[in-house]
Design a binder for this molecule. Structure first.
Ligand SMILES: Nc1nc2c(ncn2[C@@H]2O[C@H](COP(=O)(O)OP(=O)(O)OP(=O)(O)O)[C@@H](O)[C@H]2O)c(=O)[nH]1
Ligand SMILES: [K+]
Ligand SMILES: [Mg+2]
Length: 459
């Protein structure tokens, strides 16, 4: 077969994969093909192979019957200079479902071509060294991004922000390791080991500091997952009424019966380009039964994890807001007082409360004051998110690796003066492995299914 000479790069896979890469329902569909038979497949359907990296007009026919299927554009990207690192082709055809199905069926009839699995194009790009694992994850996030904040963060990751940071950390570690290992090599010369090790220490300390700072920075994770805003208060304060009003739909059951809400309810909103998750919780009091007690326990858990707690207080009862509410808001979380039901109270202002970082007077039922509240929430979240595009450990996977690496560095530093060079070097090596897992440059076979499962087919 003549295409064999042109098939350049198939280090990873014998199979050639094909799938629709454009979203469904468009006027134009893009079919991607990757693998050693990509060139042969294009030739089989269009009769020729276009010039590399140039769009050219193509008449598509079914190679089995000669029947004309469509007219479109064909692009040919010989490996390894392609998105996957393999021979790749793209067919841009009419987007009708029957046309797409017929072209795909014709492609799958070409020997060696089969349907792509979820994320398989990106997986091949990773395995061929075209991107690291954090970039692949960024790409998945970019495809899924719903708010402007998520888009910006995902973009930074997809183009190597975190990957470069991690490589910088590893480079620093390798320098430290080289120094310590120099000590091992010269172990019979008394002063060399001690000196080499002393030189390595500031590197290790600086790296540990950088890892700890990155772990403490939750902005990126907040932008990706959405800032958590918990609505808390006594039963009947109007929490569920508030979440319904802010979400502009009936998320939660409202009733005059105290203890209505038991489960934690969540609704995602886009506030000024940032994703937020509003969380309605059970009213806090001495529970009257097992179910309510469990609801209150869950409420407290979510309140403790929130970036901001809105404490809803019913001002229509005339009772002043208690001293600081008996909740454990998380460290650094905001705690705002919402004086609710001002429609039924006079004067309609929020009472003093020294524990509240901000105070608002609202009526969840009539919508009074909600516009100002929404604006303030958007500003709060935007301020919290500022700078989040900087290299950030946005996934639990990143945090686990960084924590593991930091643990080994701490272990080494704790006994820097007394441990054998070999043992210090071993701790540094383990720290390097943990960092390597973050970008996928070290032993990640077990991780790949988890990472690439997130993708759709065609990516
Ligand atoms: N007048 C007035 N009534 C309100 C307002 N907000 C809520 N209510 C009423 O207060 C009662 C309790 O409202 P909910 O929203 O169910 O209160 P909750 O805090 O979720 O209550 P639990 O889930 O039981 O803790 C209902 O009868 C609401 O109609 C308001 O702004 N003004
Ligand atoms: K209620
Ligand atoms: Mg409720």
């Amino acid at each position: 077969m003549s295409s064999q000479q042109e098939s350049t790069n198939s280090r990873v896979a014998d199979a050639t994969i094909a799938a629709v890469s454009s979203g469904s329902g468009g006027a134009v569909a893009v079919i991607r093909i990757s693998g050693p038979a990509a060139g042969e497949a294009v030739r089989a359907l269009t009769g020729r192979l276009p010039e590399p990296r140039r769009a050219s007009l193509a008449r598509l026919a079914d190679p089995r019957t000669g029947e004309r299927l469509d007219e479109g554009l064909a692009l040919w990207f010989p490996g390894p200079r392609s998105a996957t690192g393999e021979d790749m082709a793209e067919l841009q055809i009419h987007g009708g479902r029957a046309t797409v199905a017929a072209v795909l069926a014709a492609l799958f009839a070409v020997p060696g071509v089969r349907p792509a699995e979820r994320g398989e194009f990106t997986r091949r790009a990773f395995l061929n060294g075209r991107m690291d694992l954090t970039e692949a994850e960024g790409l998945a996030d970019l495809i899924a991004a719903e708010t402007e904040g998520q888009r910006r963060l995902a973009f930074a990751h997809a183009f190597g922000h975190l990957g470069r940071q991690v490589e910088g950390w590893r480079a620093r570690l390798i320098r430290a390791m080289a120094l310590v290992e120099a000590g091992i090599d010269f172990a019979d010369e008394d002063d060399v080991p001690a000196e080499a090790r002393a030189l390595a220490r500031p590197n290790v300390e600086a790296l540990l500091g950088a890892l700890e700072a990155a772990l403490a920075d939750r902005r990126g994770a907040m932008v990706r997952e959405g800032a958590a805003i918990a609505i808390a208060g006594r039963p009947n304060a109007g929490k569920s009424s508030l979440i319904n009003a802010l979400a502009a739909r009936d998320v939660a059951i409202v009733s005059d019966e105290p203890g209505t809400t038991r489960d934690v309810l969540e609704v995602a909103l886009d506030l000024g380009g940032q994703k937020v998750t509003l969380i309605d919780t059970a009213g806090l009091r001495e529970a009257e039964g097992k179910v309510e007690a469990e609801g209150i326990r869950r409420a407290r858990v979510r309140i403790a994890q929130a970036d901001l707690v809105l404490w809803v207080h019913d001002v229509s009862t005339g009772a002043p807001p208690q001293a600081r509410p008996d909740i454990d808001a998380g460290e650094g979380a905001g705690l705002w007082l919402l004086a609710n039901k001002i429609d039924a109270a006079s004067p309609g202002v929020a009472p003093e409360a020294e524990w509240a970082t901000r105070r608002f007077a609202v009526s969840a039922r009539d919508g009074l004051g909600l516009e100002g509240l929404t604006e303030a929430l958007a500003v709060f979240v935007a301020e919290r998110a500022r700078g989040a595009e900087h290299p950030a450990l946005i996934r639990e996977r990143h945090r686990t690796s960084a924590q593991e690496a930091a643990g080994h560095l701490r272990a080494a530093l704790a006994e820097w003066a007394t441990l054998d060079d070999e043992l210090i070097a071993e701790e540094l090596r383990l720290a390097g492995r943990a960092l390597g897992r973050m970008t996928g440059s070290i032993g990640v076979e077990d991780l790949l299914d988890v990472v690439f499962r997130e993708f759709c087919i065609g990516k």
